[in-house]
Design a protein around this ligand. Sequence first.
Ligand code: ATP
Ligand code: MN
Length: 567
Amino acid sequence: MKIRNNMVRQGVGRRSLCLVLACLSLALHLFLALFCLFVLQTSCLFPPSSSSPSSFSGSSPQCQQGSSSHFSSSQSSSHKLPTSRQIRVAKMSTHINPKPEASLNVVNEKVKKLITVKMATKMSQRVNRHSKLEGLFSHPLYNMPRPQLQEDDWLLRLKPTKKKDEDSWKDEEPESSEESDWQTDSEEDGYDRADWTSSTETQPPWLRYHLGITRWELYDRKDPSIAEMTQQMATKRILSAVQKSGGTQLKLIMSFSNYGQALVKPMRQGRDSETDLNLFYFSDFERHNAEIAAFHLDRVLGFYRIPPVVGRLLNVTTEIRDITTDQKLSKTFFTSPVGNLCFHGQCEYYCTTENPVCGRPQVLEVSLASMLPDLSLAPRRNWRSPWRRSYSRTKLAPWEKNPDYCVTVKQTPPYSEGTRLVDFIDMVILDFLMSNMDRHHYETFETFGNNTFLLHLDNGRAFGRHSVDEPSILEPLRMCCRIRRSTLLRLRLLSLPRFRLSDVMRESLSQDPLDVVAPLLSEPHLSALDRRLATILQAVHTCLEHHDDAVYDDLQGLDHIYNTIRQ
Ligand SMILES: Nc1ncnc2c1ncn2[C@@H]1O[C@H](COP(=O)(O)OP(=O)(O)OP(=O)(O)O)[C@@H](O)[C@H]1O
Ligand SMILES: [Mn+2]
């Protein structure tokens, strides 16, 4: 009887425990469901704030409807007239493809949504933490007075609107100040309606970026258009994808509904796979994460000479195969033995079935670099680097045979005048830090003559190895012993624990949408940056011991800035 009572009591106790647990679990699920609903509703990317260096940070999120689900197979071209009436802060594109891969599309959209949610969480976490990057960018060395710009210091200028003479003005119907300078109503082919005027609020961010290019830099770090542009490249609907000719490896040009365009490089190998030591540098695959990291490094160094780059997850089916009008490209799609959608395109190197670019099963990581203004508007000059490498496996380049090579270079125009040599050394420093041996050429905007900054294009072969450094990249600095004072001071700043290059790079890269998939640079690559920075500073130190003119003083009259670093 006693035993039975005990059993009954135990039974009742267990049942009420189960009931409590069930209730708890129900409440928890309800809470989670409500929470998810809330997060998904508010999971828009944050609009950029002009005061913050963070690409996606800002005060309050803005949500908007995604663009229409209409697809077009027409190829964009630069002669088409522009679009987009308002600057939009787009949320991750949410179009639904009515075609067969609809279910896979839904999966991809979920991945994208997850990233958006994760990013929002990251942003809110970062607000509370001390930001080394913000500290760095608020330092006087990153806020130096900008040179007074003359009219011919701008790359592009808007044509002045025709001035009407006073009398005829009175006779005519006055024009609205809002009248568009560029108008299209080509919505039916997928492009936004264009209603742009000379007023910046009406222009899409990529146009404002182009209009902001000057003789001295590609963009102003504090210009909110830059963050808006990268955000749009990462999220906006893609209307066209075609192969880009030129260069050796596969690249695509993608066009967006607001007439913006990007140069796309796909992920071809694991982010952490180090380049085989037996490969010549020119045999290495390009890396999408190197293009992204190079943009961030150039910005952290205070150069602003790399077109803004951002990462994105693409759907190989709907965002490349289905929309391309490029016959050469479309012929090369195939499904791999494990069911991944692959393609290889047509180009000089690695465009073969043995070297495919593959989605998983169709999600592909890519880098998108903002396109520079069309060559017809802003022609560029291509310069051979005096320190270019030999493509031969046996021959040495001239600079490898002659220890006094720089003496000649210093006497040869354009290196004998202006800032060309120190600009070149800046590029050498960037390349040594990221171990880029592929700088055989560089470009400048023709209209600025010799007196301008150097574009640091094509960084796909950087960040290939973290375990070894490549001393030959630093040879121009060692041979010429010349460096800008402002560059040297920023390098010193970045070697201090308070800022530390690896820390600010980690933080800067965390702003990229792909960083939530996996860090864009692994820790060994980040530590390599600190190690290489120490090597550069040591090389400069050696120069300072032997040369009085090692430092090119670009801070004359700015002693207060110089003094803040010396202390
Ligand atoms: N952001 C950009 N906007 C416009 N043009 C660009 C941009 N980036 C690169 N280009 C142009 O495209 C050409 C090819 O690009 P890139 O050098 O990246 O390709 P690549 O295949 O790596 O070339 P290579 O094999 O010569 O190293 C460049 O020489 C440059 O003139
Ligand atoms: Mn290249």
